[in-house]
Write a protein of this length. Structure first.
Length: 340
């Protein structure tokens, strides 16, 4: 069994030590990914090694709608043997030891290191450059040690995570039609209803944009990264131009301004208004109807102002937009070549 979609990146193609035990609907592997024996990839699981390598040990288990990615200019991702990752979690440019359990809705951020036998409990956020010792359970945002892991506990919790993954996600992705030639929509993404994409916009692998009521409108050169789900059930969702929506974000009916960044695993509640030039930190949430004012870094649950959006952060946000415009062109060409 093979992933539904594999693509090379800069001449590097994924490799598996042996054929995976299971690859779910929409499963996607990109670039310089090296994956050990007896891997298991759930529905809409994404492994993307486009700029740095991803190395995953034997019996790696990646749950439904979870993402493994890298920091393009800085850091790959490495996992030891027998790592289990639950649903809707993100491993981003980090190092994870053997026999680690990452439960559902977890975000592990750039430069972090997780020791052997650790358990990262559901909903936790591991902040950048954290060094978490093995043999402990971690919870919260930022993730902190809550107790030692009892003998046999990690294996038991891994089994529970894997049992939940048997439930699956539902319908297969539906490829969009009649796209602007400057737009990239991944073959494993799903667009339903009134979805408008500006020139240069990109919707990456396994995203779901579902306009059940009002429209979803995405501005020019805005990127929506892997496994993000945007769903309108009321007035709709509008996202300005030159904005980044990172991996595994959840967005309900809301307005997001131009030149903003919504961090990995963030959750945007209905009625949220995010102004232009806002950075929302990874793992953050908003309250229904909350207003995020321009010119600030926001974070927390619910989001609050953490500091000014300084020149360094603005430059970083611009680099991400430019990088994803380039990714969009590269991936569109790779998909077209694959289709023949």
């Amino acid at each position: 069994m093979n992933p539904e979609l594999t693509l090379p990146y800069e001449g590097e193609s994924p490799s598996f030590a042996s054929r995976p035990v299971w690859c779910g609907r929409g499963s996607t592997v990109i670039g310089a990914a090296r994956i050990g024996d007896q891997s298991w990839l759930g529905d809409a699981a994404v492994i993307r090694a486009d700029g740095q390598p991803v190395t995953l040990g034997d019996r790696f288990w990646l749950g439904h709608r979870s993402t493994v990615h890298i920091a393009t200019f800085a850091h790959g991702t490495t996992c030891g043997d027998r790592v289990t990752v639950g649903r809707n979690s993100v491993l981003h440019a980090c190092t994870i030891g053997a026999d680690v359990v990452v439960e559902d809705d977890v975000v592990i951020l750039d430069g972090s290191s997780i020791g052997d036998g650790a358990v990262i409990e559901a909903g936790a956020t591991v902040f950048p450059r954290s060094d978490l010792a093995g043999g402990f359970a971690y919870a919260g945002s930022p993730a902190k040690a809550v107790r030692p892991v009892a003998p046999g506990e990690a294996a038991e919790r891994a089994e529970r995570v894997r049992e939940r993954s048997a439930e699956g996600l539902g319908a297969d992705p539906e490829p969009p039609q009649d796209l602007d030639p400057d737009v990239f929509v991944a073959r494993t993404a799903r667009l339903r209803g009134r979805v408008g994409l500006g020139a240069g916009a990109s919707v990456l692998f396994c995203c779901a944009l579902e306009a059940e009521a009002g429209p979803i409108v995405v501005g020019a050169d805005t990127n929506i990264q892997d496994n993000t789900v945007i769903r309108s059930r009321g007035e709709g969702v509008v996202i300005g131009r030159d904005t980044t929506i990172a991996h595994n974000v959840r967005i309900a009916d809301s307005r997001i301004g131009a030149r903003s960044l919504i961090g990995i695993g963030a959750v945007i509640a209905p009625g949220t208004l995010i102004a232009d030039d806002v950075m929302l930190a990874a793992g953050a949430t908003t309250d229904p109807g909350q207003i995020l004012e321009s010119g600030h870094l926001w974070g927390g649950r619910p989001a609050r102002i953490l500091g000014p959006l300084d020149a360094e952060r603005r430059a970083m946000m611009l680099r991400i937009v430019e990088s994803y415009c380039r990714h969009g062109r590269e991936y569109r060409a790779a998909q077209e070549e694959l289709a023949g």
